[in-house]
Design a protein around this ligand. Structure first.
Ligand code: SAH
Length: 263
């Protein structure tokens, strides 16, 4: 990689510790005919190991300057296909049409500057995914699996925990990357789960975002435009009132409020 100029704007911090790469991948149970999606292949360290573990790998990489490097690093893996494009602009369902698979996985060391948009895109794609295992900035990972009532608990926690069972796997030191980033990282896994019934998902997501809009404000203040009487009715069932802050409420309660308010 000596002649390669790393691009900060693409969040390029490549994993250099092969043990970490193996630790990420080796514990994944794969089905026969497995397909894994990787977002941001970089120079292909993780891609290569995915190539030996899964039947097929579909990678995305925005930086075309990595093309030669990636193709040569992966030349022995005919089961790896890389699309050189912005993942956020792809029609994933369409990209998957070429494949005959029966277990879909996502494993990726994400470009951190678009962590949330990538996750939202994955969730909105409504694909049946067996496991999402991603590397994120440590602080961000802490928010994903935060316990109710802690300062890390926020709308993203509720949003993700509504959709998945989130498990913190392990911390990865910033020394495991080149160029070395300023922050440590974390591997987190998202497992599919039976979702709590929600009448109107869009409304539920908006309610959650609005509830956390100003972190220090009470629900009464953050949810001014909503039917506060109905909200209070639900809160009372859990021993709360409108002076509560959103960080005290678990996913269940948000679902119940949402169902109470939506038709
Ligand atoms: N997986 C590699 C690289 C991780 S760095 C490793 O673990 O070493 C993140 C990678 O995502 C970079 O290669 C960057 O070019 C790529 N990337 C950034 N934005 C992207 C986007 N919108 N779509 C696809 N890839 C992107």
């Amino acid at each position: 990689m000596s002649d390669f100029r790393f691009k900060k704007k693409y969040g390029q911090n490549f994993l250099i510790d092969k043990n970490i790469v193996n630790k990420i991948v080796s514990t994944i149970d794969v089905s026969s005919k497995s397909l894994v999606i990787e977002i941001g292949c970089g120079d292909g360290k993780l891609t290569e190991v995915l190539g030996s573990h899964f039947n097929n790998v579909l990678g995305y990489e925005i930086d075309t300057e990595l093309k030669d490097k990636l193709n040569s690093n992966l030349k022995n893996y005919s089961n790896v296909n890389i699309i050189f494009d912005d993942f956020l602009r792809r029609d994933i369902k369409n990209d998957l049409k070429k494949y005959d698979y029966d277990g879909l996985y996502i494993v990726s060391n994400l470009p951190y500057y678009i962590t949330t948009p990538i996750i939202e895109k994955i969730i909105n794609s409504n694909l049946d995914i067996k496991l999402i295992r991603i590397m994120v900035q440590k602080e961000v990972g802490e928010r994903f699996c935060a316990k109710v009532g802690t300062k890390e608990y926020g709308s993203i926690t509720v949003y993700l925990n509504y959709n998945y069972k989130i498990v913190k796997d392990f911390i990865v030191s910033k020394n495991s990357f080149y160029p070395k980033p300023n922050v440590d990282s974390m591997i987190v896994s998202f497992y599919p789960k039976e979702k709590i019934f929600v009448k109107n998902q869009e409304f539920f997501y908006k309610l959650v975002r609005d509830s956390f809009k100003y972190k220090r404000k009470t629900l009464r203040n953050n949810l001014k435009g909503y039917d506060l009487e109905k909200i209070e009715m639900v809160l009372k069932r859990y021993g709360f009132d409108l002076s509560v802050r959103a960080e005290r409420l678990d996913v269940n309660i948000f679902c119940e409020i949402s169902n109470e308010l939506s038709i």
